[in-house]
Write a protein that binds this ligand. Structure first.
Ligand SMILES: Cc1cc2nc3c(=O)[nH]c(=O)nc-3n(C[C@H](O)[C@H](O)[C@H](O)COP(=O)(O)OP(=O)(O)OC[C@H]3O[C@@H](n4cnc5c(N)ncnc54)[C@H](O)[C@@H]3O)c2cc1C
Length: 311
């Protein structure tokens, strides 16, 4: 198990299995059923591990030293209840533990989301990393997040107390800060009405290279037209603030306008985002570069006069 010392308590009552590989040990649970997993989370404060691609980096130690995870860990990536992808009416339900590679193979997944997934890391990480992990890690540079915001994604959380549904924009509260109770698991990501025809959705990521690069800027644009009239428009920017930058007020200003948009309308929307996008300088990019690129991507999206249907 990742070369860690461990004391593995498998979920079957009476079938506790222990293996000690080194002096220090951690406790790891891998239950067969979601219900058993939820009971354990209710009893004990555990670190959830789905694909582990963020967790293992978060707790990494110096070279040659196993990661130090300060709590018992509970594996959830194998739970079939968390891996289903299905359509209900016009909504799409994606199991939080679906890996990126699985989603790329699934015909229900919208093209723009597949495009975003293809920009994430390399195949080895995509074979482990999950959509739920990207959401719960709540990185400003999480590549699926701009799209999940413009899809108005909701999260279905489960615990021993039942279920609740929360909008992604409420769930993610800051850098690596989420509104999850200790005993809850994100079970499904819901994309409301995404199976409805008629929305045009664009995803763009700017990084150092096309693959295996963390975003300097991420952008998702969503537009729904009735003929040439804009019925709905949504924009979300990643890696330019502590969470995704989205403004429903600015978006509403476009409702009822016709495409192609007048230059003054485009300038107004770009100017409004100019005021609220406040990136920082860091090891990946500079604030000025990030802002310039973010606004250019928005301008490019608004200037399109032929949008492609892509769910
Ligand atoms: C080399 C490398 C390259 C990467 N490149 C990219 C990239 O290009 N773009 C990008 O966006 N990310 C990238 N990542 C980050 C990572 O792969 C993704 O964020 C991935 O989606 C995390 O999923 P996971 O299942 O591995 O999460 P984990 O590491 O298992 O978990 C991440 C966090 O979410 C919590 N969690 C996970 N699932 C649930 C759940 N269902 N319910 C409640 N809590 C949960 C965990 O407790 C933990 O806090 C990269 C990582 C590595 C190591």
């Amino acid at each position: 198990m990742y070369g860690l010392q461990y004391d593995c308590r498998c979920g079957q009552p009476g079938s506790e299995k222990r293996g000690r590989l080194m002096a220090e040990k951690i406790t790891a649970y891998r239950f067969d059923q979601l219900d058993q997993t939820l009971s354990q989370l209710n009893k004990e404060n555990c670190a959830i591990i789905a694909g582990g691609t963020d967790v293992m980096v978060m707790y990494k130690s110096r070279r040659g030293v196993p990661p130090k995870i300060p709590k018992p860990i509970v594996f959830i990536d194998h739970l079939s209840e968390l891996k289903r992808v299905y359509q209900k009416h016009k909504d799409l339900y994606i199991g939080a533990c679906s890996t990126y590679s699985e989603l790329l193979e699934n015909p229900l997944i919208p093209g723009p989301l597949k495009k975003a997934i293809k920009t994430i890391a390399a195949p080895a990480i995509r074979n482990r990393g999950t959509l739920g992990g990207n959401v719960c890690n709540a990185s400003p540079a999480g590549d699926t997040l701009p799209l999940l915001y413009v899809y108005n994604a909701k999260l279905l959380l489960r615990s021993v107390n039942g279920e609740r549904i929360v909008a992604i924009s409420d769930f993610i509260q800051g850098v690596r800060r989420i509104q999850r109770e200790r005993n809850e698991i994100v079970a499904e990501i819901i994309l409301p009405s995404v199976m409805e025809e008629g929305a045009h959705v664009v995803f763009e990521k700017v990084g150092n290279r096309n693959a295996d690069a963390i975003a300097k800027v991420g952008f998702a644009g969503y537009i729904r037209l009735n003929g040439a009239v804009i019925e709905d428009a949504r924009f979300a920017f990643g890696a330019v603030g502590p969470t995704m930058v989205r403004s429903v007020d600015i978006e509403k200003g476009l409702f009822g306008k016709t495409i192609p948009l007048a230059d003054t309308d485009i300038a107004q929307v770009v100017g409004a985002f100019d005021k609220i996008i406040k990136p920082i300088d860091d090891q990946r990019s500079t604030a000025i570069y990030r802002k310039t690129v973010a606004l250019n991507l928005l301008r490019y999206f608004l200037s399109m006069n032929q949008y492609q249907h892509n769910q």
